[in-house]
Design a protein. Structure first.
Length: 355
């Protein structure tokens, strides 16, 4: 349950109302760096937390604190809107170009939708949609997401602090900046308590013997001239102590993909359906049937419905090979048993050549 005593967590006062700053404050409410985001992130992480109960309690406590931050910011928006013009016909607007320009920069929903109150949206009027709320169920992964959220939130609060000259707003923002400092430290403290770098990689419950270890600590360079930016990430022991960083030139490990032709009733063009597998030029040499020119083992080949379906669609079915499917998959072109081989041309390439 949530309780309130009706009082703000920290005083909110505005000496010089500014509707433009009210709009800017909306970013701290409903923006991707804002308080609605972290409030929902911490609460959903807490509500779904499994394992030691102290982490659940900590998350829900901090999520509840963020509700209070939203209340503070919504109050600040409302106070900054007090005295703002409500009509383009008001004398203060009609006779003063500067005031008219200010009104032109307002979020008009503050007038039209809320009657001088805050909205659950960002400074451009885009509603908060929770697409950037992270609650993965992995405590360390979530803590790293929380550090990033508090870091970007603190950056936003600092920018808002520098944007205003109102003493009351600076005082409120300095409080929120301080709380962001603590929350960054708080999430990092959890990571440290759970092993710090030794808890990497996330999740540490997956056996690294099951991953292709030769690629686990190589930094891939993708420049055609072979240049690789060097730093801590290209040399020395990995942060988890389980490998050694090294630079590696990225090379293709597979061939070009070859897709089956679209089904006759898919809405594709006749040329796509008749043309076989991949688009011209993407089919490896030697994988087309010499008689039909179609890729060997296409999805239509060997299908008992192929002829009837093609005919029903007004497409000639002549020349479609009667065979070419094995185990539900595609033969030729590197497809067997419904899965792709290492690449479309045969033996796999390797990408484990250090620079």
């Amino acid at each position: 349950m949530f309780y309130t005593d009706g009082q703000l967590q920290f005083p909110v006062r505005v000496e010089r109302p500014n509707p433009i700053f009210a709009r800017a404050l909306q970013q701290a409410i409903g923006g991707v760096e804002g308080e609605i985001r972290v409030m929902m992130q911490y609460l959903f992480q807490g509500w779904g937390s499994r394992g030691p109960k102290k982490y659940r309690d900590m998350l829900i406590n901090t999520g509840t604190e963020e509700i209070g931050h939203i209340e503070m910011l919504a109050t600040a928006v409302a106070l900054n809107l007090e005295g703002a013009p409500l009509s383009m016909q008001e004398d203060a607007v009609a006779g003063n170009g500067a005031v008219a320009a200010v009104m032109g920069g307002m979020n008009l929903r503050h007038i039209l939708s809320t009657g001088m109150g805050a909205t659950p949206e960002n400074c451009n009027g885009v509603p908060f949609n929770a697409s950037h709320v992270y609650a993965s169920g992995n405590i360390v992964g979530d803590m790293y997401a929380n550090v990033a959220a508090e870091a970007t939130g603190r950056v936003l609060a600092v920018r808002l602090y520098e944007m205003t000259d109102d003493p009351g707003m600076k005082e409120m923002l300095s409080f929120l900046i301080a709380r962001d400092t603590m929350h960054q430290q708080q999430w990092l403290a959890v990571i440290e308590e759970l092993g710090g770098n030794a808890a990497l990689p996330v999740p540490n419950s997956f056996l690294q013997e099951q991953e292709q270890h030769q690629f686990a600590y190589g930094y891939f360079g993708h420049r055609v001239d072979g240049m690789i930016p060097e730093g801590r990430w290209t040399q020395g022991p990995s942060l988890d102590g389980k490998g050694t960083f090294e630079p590696m030139r990225s090379r293709p490990l597979g061939g070009e993909p070859m897709l089956a032709p679209p089904p006759p009733n898919s809405g594709a063009q006749v040329e796509q359906i008749q043309g076989g597998g991949a688009m011209e030029g993407a089919v490896p040499p030697g994988t087309r049937d010499s008689a039909t020119g179609r890729p060997m083992g296409s999805a239509l080949a060997g299908s008992p419905m192929a002829g009837a379906a093609m005919a029903g669609a007004g497409i000639p079915a002549a020349g479609i090979p009667a065979a070419g499917m094995t185990g539900g998959g595609m033969t030729g072109g590197g497809m067997t048993g419904g899965g792709m081989a290492a690449n479309a041309t045969g033996a796999p390439n390797r990408n484990d050549t250090p620079v």
